[in-house]
Design a protein around this ligand. Structure first.
Ligand code: SME
Length: 161
């Protein structure tokens, strides 16, 4: 598959319903997690156009920047720090409607107004990476995004060891 086929709508439920099976097909044969993350970030960018979409991988005591789409970002985040480190430490999806009100938010870009971070689990159920998405719009993420992005991250699970 070279191109995504996406409906001409802004409705996220419809867009996720179209995108998720195409991601499964696109990544179904892939065994390398970096390659899969790279295409996943590009597909999410093409579908939703968010400001920054990318992965941080758990490496020892910190998160290390992985494949992403968007402006340059901080390369390393400690356990429990920022939104990403919090999602890792608490092993849950974190939605931040207003990044200015999240204590310890790490501002990689002044344009980011809201953020969602979804843990990606390995085959043993441990957090192996996080998917981080930043929006230029305040309050841009809801439980609809959380559930859909958690399903998308599950596609990576067999690749994460
Ligand atoms: N805002 C994130 C840092 C990563 S950048 O947004 C790409 C955080 O607070 O963890």
């Amino acid at each position: 598959m070279e191109n995504l086929t996406l409906p001409n709508t802004q409705d996220r439920v419809t867009l996720y319903a179209a995108l998720t099976p195409q991601l499964r097909e696109l990544l179904g044969e892939e065994r390398d997690p970096i390659a899969a993350m790279a295409n996943m970030a590009a597909a999410l960018r093409a579908t939703f156009g968010w400001h920054w979409i990318g992965f941080y991988r758990v490496m020892g005591a910190e998160l290390v920047l992985g494949p992403f789409q968007g402006p340059v970002a901080c390369a390393r985040i400690a356990h429990g720090r920022g939104v990403c480190g919090t999602a890792w430490a608490e092993e849950r999806t974190v939605i931040v409607p207003d990044v200015d009100k999240f204590p310890g938010h790490i501002a990689c870009s002044a344009l980011s107004r809201s953020e969602i971070v979804v843990p990606c689990l390995d085959s043993d159920g441990r957090v192996a990476a996080v998917l981080d998405i930043d929006s230029e719009r305040a309050d841009d993420f809801s439980v609809i995004d959380a559930h859909a992005l958690e399903h998308i991250c599950e596609i990576l699970q067999p690749l994460l060891g």
